[in-house]
Design a protein around this ligand. Sequence first.
Ligand SMILES: *Cc1c(COP(=O)(O)O)cnc(C)c1O
Length: 360
Amino acid sequence: MARSGVCRRSRDLEGVGTGMEKKEIDWSGLGFEYVQTDKRFVANYRNGAWDEGALSGDANVVINECAGVLQYSQSCFEGLKAYTTEDGRIVTFRPDMNGQRMEDSCKRLEMPVFPKEKFVEAVLQTVKANEAYVPPYGSGATLYIRPYMFASGSVIGVKPASEYQFRIFTTPVGPYFKGGAKPITIRVCDYDRAAPNGTGHIKAGLNYAMSLYAIVDAHKQGYDENMYLDAATRTKVEETGGANFLFITKDNKVVTPKSGSILPSITRRSLMYVAKEYLGLETEEREVYKEELTEFAECGLCGTAAVISPVGKIVDHGKEICLPSGMEAMGPVTQKLYDTLTGIQMGRIKAPEGWIQEIR
Ligand SMILES: *Cc1c(COP(=O)(O)O)cnc(C)c1O
Protein backbone atom coordinates (compact mmCIF):
# COMPACT_ATOMS: atom_id res chain seq x y z
CA MET A 1 0.00 0.00 0.00
CA ALA A 2 0.89 3.64 -0.33
CA ARG A 3 3.38 3.51 -3.15
CA SER A 4 4.32 6.79 -4.70
CA GLY A 5 2.16 7.53 -7.70
CA VAL A 6 -0.88 5.94 -6.13
CA CYS A 7 -2.97 8.91 -5.13
CA ARG A 8 -4.73 8.04 -1.89
CA ARG A 9 -6.52 11.04 -0.50
CA SER A 10 -6.11 11.61 3.19
CA ARG A 11 -9.90 11.62 3.53
CA ASP A 12 -9.96 7.94 2.67
CA LEU A 13 -7.41 6.98 5.26
CA GLU A 14 -7.69 9.07 8.37
CA GLY A 15 -9.51 11.72 10.27
CA VAL A 16 -12.47 9.48 10.96
CA GLY A 17 -13.41 9.15 14.58
CA THR A 18 -10.53 11.32 15.80
CA GLY A 19 -12.50 14.56 15.75
CA MET A 20 -9.88 16.04 13.48
CA GLU A 21 -9.95 16.10 9.69
CA LYS A 22 -6.67 15.45 7.97
CA LYS A 23 -5.67 17.85 5.20
CA GLU A 24 -6.19 16.65 1.65
CA ILE A 25 -2.63 15.75 0.79
CA ASP A 26 -1.26 12.96 -1.39
CA TRP A 27 0.89 11.74 1.50
CA SER A 28 2.90 9.10 -0.29
CA GLY A 29 3.58 11.45 -3.20
CA LEU A 30 5.22 14.04 -0.95
CA GLY A 31 8.94 14.69 -1.32
CA PHE A 32 11.33 16.34 1.11
CA GLU A 33 10.24 19.91 0.45
CA TYR A 34 8.80 22.65 2.58
CA VAL A 35 5.02 22.60 2.79
CA GLN A 36 3.64 25.38 4.95
CA THR A 37 1.47 24.23 7.84
CA ASP A 38 -0.94 26.24 9.99
CA LYS A 39 0.99 26.99 13.19
CA ARG A 40 4.52 27.49 14.38
CA PHE A 41 5.99 28.17 17.82
CA VAL A 42 7.79 31.48 18.35
CA ALA A 43 9.69 32.66 21.44
CA ASN A 44 11.84 35.77 21.77
CA TYR A 45 14.87 36.44 23.95
CA ARG A 46 15.18 40.08 25.03
CA ASN A 47 16.72 41.84 28.03
CA GLY A 48 18.38 38.65 29.16
CA ALA A 49 15.29 36.40 29.26
CA TRP A 50 13.05 34.24 27.08
CA ASP A 51 9.38 35.18 26.87
CA GLU A 52 6.73 32.46 27.26
CA GLY A 53 6.51 31.82 23.54
CA ALA A 54 3.29 31.20 21.63
CA LEU A 55 1.91 29.61 18.48
CA SER A 56 1.68 31.91 15.49
CA GLY A 57 -0.11 31.77 12.14
CA ASP A 58 2.58 33.91 10.50
CA ALA A 59 5.16 31.90 8.56
CA ASN A 60 7.33 34.92 7.80
CA VAL A 61 10.14 36.33 9.95
CA VAL A 62 10.85 40.06 9.95
CA ILE A 63 14.25 41.05 11.33
CA ASN A 64 16.57 44.02 11.10
CA GLU A 65 19.05 44.18 8.21
CA CYS A 66 21.89 44.04 10.72
CA ALA A 67 20.62 40.95 12.59
CA GLY A 68 23.44 38.72 13.86
CA VAL A 69 22.20 35.75 11.85
CA LEU A 70 22.43 37.72 8.60
CA GLN A 71 25.88 39.16 9.26
CA TYR A 72 27.73 36.46 11.17
CA SER A 73 25.56 33.33 10.78
CA GLN A 74 24.77 32.95 14.46
CA SER A 75 22.19 30.17 14.18
CA CYS A 76 21.59 26.53 14.98
CA PHE A 77 18.83 24.04 14.36
CA GLU A 78 17.40 20.62 15.12
CA GLY A 79 15.41 18.05 13.17
CA LEU A 80 13.03 15.34 14.34
CA LYS A 81 9.79 13.71 13.27
CA ALA A 82 6.26 12.98 14.42
CA TYR A 83 4.67 9.70 13.36
CA THR A 84 1.25 8.09 13.45
CA THR A 85 1.66 4.70 15.12
CA GLU A 86 -0.05 1.49 14.08
CA ASP A 87 -2.71 2.04 16.79
CA GLY A 88 -3.38 5.64 15.71
CA ARG A 89 -1.39 7.61 18.29
CA ILE A 90 0.75 10.56 17.25
CA VAL A 91 4.23 10.33 18.74
CA THR A 92 7.67 11.90 18.55
CA PHE A 93 10.96 10.06 18.95
CA ARG A 94 13.32 11.11 21.77
CA PRO A 95 12.68 14.90 21.56
CA ASP A 96 14.57 15.33 24.85
CA MET A 97 17.74 14.33 22.98
CA ASN A 98 17.18 17.08 20.43
CA GLY A 99 16.52 19.53 23.27
CA GLN A 100 19.81 18.58 24.92
CA ARG A 101 21.72 18.83 21.65
CA MET A 102 20.27 22.26 20.95
CA GLU A 103 21.40 23.38 24.40
CA ASP A 104 24.90 22.19 23.50
CA SER A 105 24.79 23.99 20.14
CA CYS A 106 23.63 27.24 21.78
CA LYS A 107 26.43 27.17 24.36
CA ARG A 108 29.11 26.73 21.70
CA LEU A 109 27.67 29.57 19.60
CA GLU A 110 27.25 32.02 22.52
CA MET A 111 23.49 31.88 22.14
CA PRO A 112 21.08 31.77 25.08
CA VAL A 113 19.97 28.23 25.95
CA PHE A 114 16.31 27.44 25.40
CA PRO A 115 15.76 24.94 28.24
CA LYS A 116 15.29 21.37 27.01
CA GLU A 117 12.14 20.79 29.07
CA LYS A 118 10.52 23.82 27.44
CA PHE A 119 11.88 22.68 24.09
CA VAL A 120 10.04 19.35 24.41
CA GLU A 121 6.82 21.09 25.50
CA ALA A 122 7.06 23.45 22.53
CA VAL A 123 7.66 20.56 20.12
CA LEU A 124 4.59 18.70 21.41
CA GLN A 125 2.48 21.88 21.30
CA THR A 126 3.51 22.64 17.71
CA VAL A 127 2.81 19.11 16.49
CA LYS A 128 -0.57 19.13 18.23
CA ALA A 129 -1.49 22.41 16.53
CA ASN A 130 -0.61 20.84 13.16
CA GLU A 131 -2.17 17.44 13.81
CA ALA A 132 -4.08 17.63 10.52
CA TYR A 133 -0.74 17.45 8.73
CA VAL A 134 0.60 14.37 10.48
CA PRO A 135 0.62 11.69 7.76
CA PRO A 136 -1.40 8.54 8.45
CA TYR A 137 0.18 5.24 9.45
CA GLY A 138 1.28 3.17 6.49
CA SER A 139 1.73 6.10 4.09
CA GLY A 140 5.48 6.12 4.67
CA ALA A 141 5.26 9.89 5.18
CA THR A 142 5.96 11.71 8.46
CA LEU A 143 5.72 15.19 9.92
CA TYR A 144 9.18 16.71 9.98
CA ILE A 145 9.78 19.09 12.89
CA ARG A 146 12.33 21.87 12.56
CA PRO A 147 13.28 23.76 15.75
CA TYR A 148 15.82 26.53 15.18
CA MET A 149 17.30 29.59 16.79
CA PHE A 150 18.96 32.65 15.35
CA ALA A 151 20.38 36.01 16.42
CA SER A 152 17.63 38.52 15.66
CA GLY A 153 19.35 41.46 17.37
CA SER A 154 21.62 43.76 15.38
CA VAL A 155 25.42 43.47 15.59
CA ILE A 156 28.05 45.13 13.44
CA GLY A 157 31.11 44.62 15.61
CA VAL A 158 31.82 40.89 15.85
CA LYS A 159 30.18 39.72 19.09
CA PRO A 160 27.15 37.72 20.21
CA ALA A 161 23.85 39.51 19.58
CA SER A 162 21.67 40.47 22.54
CA GLU A 163 18.33 39.33 21.03
CA TYR A 164 17.34 35.91 19.67
CA GLN A 165 14.35 34.11 18.28
CA PHE A 166 13.55 30.43 18.77
CA ARG A 167 11.01 28.91 16.40
CA ILE A 168 9.60 25.50 15.52
CA PHE A 169 7.79 24.77 12.30
CA THR A 170 6.54 21.48 10.95
CA THR A 171 6.25 20.23 7.39
CA PRO A 172 4.91 16.91 6.09
CA VAL A 173 7.55 14.91 4.22
CA GLY A 174 7.16 11.88 2.01
CA PRO A 175 8.67 8.42 2.30
CA TYR A 176 12.43 8.82 2.08
CA PHE A 177 12.81 5.77 -0.14
CA LYS A 178 10.21 5.53 -2.85
CA GLY A 179 10.16 1.99 -4.11
CA GLY A 180 12.65 0.58 -1.61
CA ALA A 181 16.04 1.64 -0.27
CA LYS A 182 18.59 1.44 -3.09
CA PRO A 183 22.23 1.51 -1.97
CA ILE A 184 24.05 4.72 -2.81
CA THR A 185 27.55 5.52 -4.07
CA ILE A 186 29.68 7.96 -2.11
CA ARG A 187 33.12 9.45 -2.62
CA VAL A 188 35.96 10.21 -0.27
CA CYS A 189 35.91 14.00 -0.22
CA ASP A 190 38.91 16.32 -0.56
CA TYR A 191 37.15 19.12 1.31
CA ASP A 192 36.88 19.06 5.09
CA ARG A 193 33.65 19.39 7.04
CA ALA A 194 34.92 20.13 10.51
CA ALA A 195 38.17 21.11 12.18
CA PRO A 196 39.49 19.45 15.36
CA ASN A 197 38.14 21.56 18.25
CA GLY A 198 35.83 23.34 15.80
CA THR A 199 32.03 23.17 15.45
CA GLY A 200 31.53 19.77 13.82
CA HIS A 201 29.88 18.34 16.95
CA ILE A 202 27.08 20.93 17.07
CA LYS A 203 24.17 21.51 14.72
CA ALA A 204 25.17 24.95 13.47
CA GLY A 205 23.78 26.30 10.19
CA LEU A 206 27.31 27.32 9.24
CA ASN A 207 28.39 23.64 9.02
CA TYR A 208 25.90 23.24 6.23
CA ALA A 209 26.60 26.48 4.35
CA MET A 210 30.18 25.46 3.77
CA SER A 211 29.29 21.87 2.81
CA LEU A 212 27.13 22.99 -0.14
CA TYR A 213 30.05 23.47 -2.53
CA ALA A 214 31.32 19.95 -1.82
CA ILE A 215 27.93 18.28 -2.21
CA VAL A 216 27.06 20.12 -5.43
CA ASP A 217 30.46 19.05 -6.77
CA ALA A 218 29.87 15.43 -5.64
CA HIS A 219 26.54 15.35 -7.46
CA LYS A 220 28.15 16.78 -10.62
CA GLN A 221 30.68 13.93 -10.50
CA GLY A 222 27.89 11.36 -10.11
CA TYR A 223 28.15 10.62 -6.37
CA ASP A 224 25.29 10.72 -3.91
CA GLU A 225 27.23 11.86 -0.84
CA ASN A 226 30.64 12.90 0.48
CA MET A 227 32.58 10.84 2.99
CA TYR A 228 34.49 13.37 5.08
CA LEU A 229 37.78 12.39 6.69
CA ASP A 230 39.32 13.82 9.84
CA ALA A 231 40.80 17.18 8.87
CA ALA A 232 44.03 16.74 10.85
CA THR A 233 45.37 13.51 9.33
CA ARG A 234 42.89 12.65 6.56
CA THR A 235 43.25 8.98 7.47
CA LYS A 236 40.09 8.44 9.54
CA VAL A 237 36.42 8.31 8.58
CA GLU A 238 34.19 11.02 10.07
CA GLU A 239 30.72 11.33 8.55
CA THR A 240 28.83 12.72 5.55
CA GLY A 241 27.35 16.22 5.37
CA GLY A 242 24.27 15.21 7.34
CA ALA A 243 24.52 11.61 8.50
CA ASN A 244 26.77 9.41 10.67
CA PHE A 245 28.31 6.13 9.49
CA LEU A 246 27.55 2.64 10.70
CA PHE A 247 29.68 -0.25 9.47
CA ILE A 248 29.03 -3.96 9.86
CA THR A 249 32.08 -6.19 10.06
CA LYS A 250 32.19 -9.61 8.42
CA ASP A 251 31.61 -11.17 11.85
CA ASN A 252 28.51 -8.99 12.45
CA LYS A 253 29.96 -6.36 14.75
CA VAL A 254 28.39 -2.91 14.47
CA VAL A 255 31.07 -0.23 14.29
CA THR A 256 30.68 3.55 14.29
CA PRO A 257 33.47 6.14 14.07
CA LYS A 258 34.47 7.99 17.22
CA SER A 259 35.62 11.58 16.87
CA GLY A 260 35.15 14.91 18.59
CA SER A 261 34.16 16.57 15.33
CA ILE A 262 31.25 14.26 14.40
CA LEU A 263 27.69 15.47 15.03
CA PRO A 264 26.24 13.08 17.63
CA SER A 265 23.33 11.64 15.64
CA ILE A 266 20.38 10.53 17.75
CA THR A 267 19.49 7.93 15.12
CA ARG A 268 23.02 6.49 15.26
CA ARG A 269 23.04 6.36 19.07
CA SER A 270 19.61 4.71 19.02
CA LEU A 271 20.71 2.16 16.42
CA MET A 272 23.80 1.27 18.47
CA TYR A 273 21.51 0.65 21.46
CA VAL A 274 19.13 -1.42 19.32
CA ALA A 275 22.05 -3.44 17.92
CA LYS A 276 23.23 -4.35 21.40
CA GLU A 277 20.01 -4.63 23.40
CA TYR A 278 17.49 -5.83 20.82
CA LEU A 279 19.63 -7.77 18.35
CA GLY A 280 22.37 -8.98 20.69
CA LEU A 281 25.14 -7.70 18.42
CA GLU A 282 28.54 -6.54 19.55
CA THR A 283 29.00 -2.78 19.11
CA GLU A 284 32.08 -0.57 18.96
CA GLU A 285 32.48 3.19 18.85
CA ARG A 286 36.09 3.68 17.83
CA GLU A 287 38.36 5.36 15.33
CA VAL A 288 37.77 3.92 11.87
CA TYR A 289 40.64 4.21 9.41
CA LYS A 290 40.05 4.72 5.70
CA GLU A 291 42.37 1.75 5.15
CA GLU A 292 39.84 -0.52 6.88
CA LEU A 293 37.00 0.25 4.51
CA THR A 294 37.71 -2.76 2.31
CA GLU A 295 37.17 -5.05 5.29
CA PHE A 296 33.54 -4.19 6.10
CA ALA A 297 30.55 -6.23 4.98
CA GLU A 298 27.93 -3.46 5.09
CA CYS A 299 27.81 0.30 5.41
CA GLY A 300 24.96 2.68 6.15
CA LEU A 301 24.35 6.38 6.77
CA CYS A 302 22.14 7.26 9.70
CA GLY A 303 20.04 10.29 10.42
CA THR A 304 16.45 11.32 11.13
CA ALA A 305 15.54 11.75 7.45
CA ALA A 306 16.17 8.21 6.20
CA VAL A 307 16.93 6.31 9.44
CA ILE A 308 19.53 4.31 7.45
CA SER A 309 20.58 4.75 3.82
CA PRO A 310 22.60 1.77 2.67
CA VAL A 311 25.93 2.49 0.99
CA GLY A 312 26.87 0.11 -1.84
CA LYS A 313 30.08 1.66 -3.07
CA ILE A 314 32.75 4.03 -1.78
CA VAL A 315 35.06 5.66 -4.33
CA ASP A 316 38.45 6.88 -3.13
CA HIS A 317 40.05 8.85 -5.95
CA GLY A 318 39.29 6.29 -8.63
CA LYS A 319 39.68 3.26 -6.36
CA GLU A 320 36.31 1.56 -5.96
CA ILE A 321 35.44 -0.14 -2.72
CA CYS A 322 32.37 -2.29 -3.33
CA LEU A 323 30.59 -3.39 -0.18
CA PRO A 324 29.78 -7.13 -0.27
CA SER A 325 26.11 -6.24 0.38
CA GLY A 326 26.00 -4.94 -3.21
CA MET A 327 24.01 -2.30 -5.09
CA GLU A 328 20.60 -3.95 -5.04
CA ALA A 329 19.44 -3.94 -1.43
CA MET A 330 20.40 -3.16 2.16
CA GLY A 331 22.71 -5.67 3.79
CA PRO A 332 20.99 -8.16 6.14
CA VAL A 333 22.24 -6.61 9.40
CA THR A 334 21.49 -3.06 8.22
CA GLN A 335 17.99 -4.24 7.29
CA LYS A 336 17.44 -5.74 10.76
CA LEU A 337 18.60 -2.53 12.41
CA TYR A 338 16.34 -0.50 10.14
CA ASP A 339 13.30 -2.72 10.72
CA THR A 340 13.77 -2.72 14.49
CA LEU A 341 14.21 1.03 14.90
CA THR A 342 11.35 1.93 12.53
CA GLY A 343 9.26 -0.71 14.34
CA ILE A 344 9.94 1.07 17.62
CA GLN A 345 9.13 4.46 16.10
CA MET A 346 5.87 3.25 14.53
CA GLY A 347 4.75 1.48 17.71
CA ARG A 348 5.05 -2.08 16.38
CA ILE A 349 7.92 -2.96 18.73
CA LYS A 350 8.11 -2.05 22.41
CA ALA A 351 10.30 1.02 22.88
CA PRO A 352 12.91 1.49 25.61
CA GLU A 353 11.65 3.65 28.49
CA GLY A 354 11.32 7.32 27.50
CA TRP A 355 11.99 6.97 23.77
CA ILE A 356 8.45 7.70 22.62
CA GLN A 357 6.67 10.93 23.58
CA GLU A 358 3.00 10.84 22.86
CA ILE A 359 1.12 13.84 21.54
CA ARG A 360 -2.24 12.16 21.82
C1 LIG B 1 21.60 16.21 12.05
C2 LIG B 1 22.85 15.56 11.62
C3 LIG B 1 23.02 14.15 11.66
C4 LIG B 1 21.91 13.21 12.03
O1 LIG B 1 21.47 13.34 13.34
P1 LIG B 1 20.08 12.73 13.82
O2 LIG B 1 19.94 13.21 15.20
O3 LIG B 1 20.18 11.27 13.72
O4 LIG B 1 19.05 13.27 12.88
C5 LIG B 1 24.26 13.64 11.31
N1 LIG B 1 25.27 14.43 10.92
C6 LIG B 1 25.14 15.77 10.83
C7 LIG B 1 26.30 16.59 10.39
C8 LIG B 1 23.93 16.37 11.19
O5 LIG B 1 23.81 17.70 11.12
